[in-house]
Design a protein around this ligand. Sequence first.
Ligand SMILES: *Cc1c(COP(=O)(O)O)cnc(C)c1O
Length: 226
Amino acid sequence: MYVHKLSPEKIKALKEQIEGLSSQILLIAVSKRESAESIKIANEMGFKHFAESRLQEALTKQNSLKDLDLIWHFIGKLQTNKLKQILLNFSYIHSADSLEILIKLNQLTEELNLKTKNKILLQVKLAVDDNKTGFSETDLLNSLTIINELNNLNIIGLMTILPFGLSQAENYELFCKLKTLKEKINSKKLFNLNLTELSMGMSGDYPEAIKAGSTMLRLGRAIFLS
Ligand SMILES: *Cc1c(COP(=O)(O)O)cnc(C)c1O
């Protein structure tokens, strides 16, 4: 890991571009592979939300940054044996990708009895992609009744990662599909599933994600490689 020289001019231009496209969007700096020092610099430039995908790497950085007022998001593959540590150290979990994981999260949330519940997003796989996990649309819709009964969980929205190499039009279409899925779930009026968030958009596809209604962007390279 090395310290990137974040460029204040590029960050400013990025923020202005995003604000021009949407007035209400949470900008999350994906700091996986970045040093604690880079995170500190990004924080000085106004970033408060940071996302990590590996628990051990994240805990080391969180420990050296504990004096700063940062909000942590977990975006990596969830492993059952690490869920407790993830619940204890991250405010948001974007990558709940199976019923099994949700059931375990629900159980641990009850056991831990935290003052503030973690905010959970359901990861959805919208297109065939061997490298990515997530609920298929059908699986998710078929699981809603069970998910709704996991009432220790604070499920706030849906998250997706698109496959690489699609056109902008294809990206936009898939992001719109996630928004439609969110509306479909909300229309069922399940008491534990009133979703407000769409975590979609990375460095390569964020303009299309914003146009399709994203509420949370997860940007790594666009911030740290500027
Ligand atoms: C790495 C990563 C990102 C950020 O990707 P960039 O292309 O660097 O913006 C966003 N979301 C997830 C889940 C990631 O793993």
